[in-house]
Design a protein around this ligand. Structure first.
Ligand SMILES: *Cc1c(COP(=O)(O)O)cnc(C)c1O
Length: 227
C-alpha cells in the first residue's frame, strides 16, 4: 500500500523532469526501509543533510547508491564521508574545499563538488555571493595543483521560500546566468558535463524551466518530514 503510493509519486515526478534533469531523492529523516523501497524502484541518487545520519544509512544500504551531501558541511566532518560521498552540493568556502581535497586524497578519490551560491534574500541561507564565487573559481583555476582530489562540477542554490513565483523565477534565473558564466558551453568538454542543482518539492518545475539539471526532492516523494 505504502509502496504503491511511493511508486506513483516517483513516476509522476520522473515524468515531470524531462531529459537531462537528474533527480536526487532527499531522504533526510526517513528510515533506511523507505530508501530501500525507492532503491528497489530504480532510484540510485539520494541526498542527506546530516553527517551522522548519512554515515549510518550508508552502512545499512546498497553500495551502489550515489550519496549526495546537500546540507551545510562543517570542515571537521568531511573526514566521515570522504570515503564514499558522490557529490557535495553545499561548498561555500575555500577552507571547506581544501579540506575536501585533503580528505579525498587520503582515500585516493576525486570528490565532485558544487559551489553553493546565495540567491535567496533571506539572511538564513548559506552560500557565496557573486564576488566570492568569482574569487573561489579563480583560485581553483589558477592553482589546480592544490585541488587534484576535487572536481568542481557546477553550482547549487536555494530560492527564497515564498509564494511569490516571480521572485523565485528571478532568483533561479540569476543562478543560471552565473552557471553559464562559469560552467557554460565554452568551459565544457565531451568528457565533462556540468551540473546546476536547483529546485526542491515546491519549486522544481520553475527551476527546470530556468535551466536546472538536478533537482533535490524530499517531501513530494517521501511525504512530509516529521509528520
Ligand atoms: C530538505 C532539502 C531539500 C528537499 O526539500 P523538500 O522541500 O522536502 O523537497 C532540498 N535541498 C536541500 C538543501 C534541503 O535541505
Amino acid at each position: 500500500m505504502i509502496n504503491d503510493d511511493l511508486q506513483q509519486r516517483y513516476s509522476s515526478i520522473l515524468a515531470e523532469l524531462g531529459p537531462g534533469v537528474q533527480l536526487v531523492a532527499v531522504s533526510k529523516t526517513k528510515p533506511a526501509e523507505e530508501i530501500r523501497a525507492l532503491y528497489d524502484l530504480g532510484q540510485r541518487d539520494f541526498g542527506e543533510n546530516y553527517v551522522q545520519e548519512l554515515v549510518d544509512k550508508q552502512t545499512q544500504l546498497p553500495a551502489d547508491i550515489h550519496w549526495h551531501f546537500i546540507g551545510h558541511l562543517q570542515s571537521n566532518k568531511v573526514k566521515y564521508i570522504a570515503a564514499f560521498v558522490h557529490l557535495i552540493h553545499g561548498v561555500d568556502s575555500l577552507r571547506l574545499l581544501k579540506e575536501i581535497d585533503k580528505q579525498a586524497a587520503r582515500y585516493d578519490r576525486i570528490i565532485g563538488c558544487l559551489l553553493q551560491v546565495h540567491i535567496a534574500r533571506e539572511e538564513t541561507k548559506f552560500g557565496l555571493d557573486v564576488a566570492e564565487l568569482d574569487e573561489l573559481m579563480n583560485i581553483v583555476r589558477t592553482t589546480p595543483q592544490d585541488f587534484k582530489h576535487i572536481r568542481l562540477r557546477g553550482l547549487m542554490g536555494m530560492a527564497s521560500f515564498t509564494e511569490d513565483e516571480a521572485k523565485v523565477q528571478e532568483e533561479f534565473k540569476g543562478l543560471k546566468t552565473l552557471f553559464d558564466k562559469h560552467f557554460g558551453p565554452a568551459e565544457a568538454s565531451p568528457d565533462q558535463h556540468f551540473l546546476l542543482s536547483m529546485g526542491m518539492s515546491g519549486d522544481y518545475k520553475m527551476a527546470i524551466r530556468q535551466g536546472s539539471s538536478m533537482v533535490r526532492i524530499g517531501s513530494l516523494l517521501f511525504g512530509k518530514r516529521g509528520g
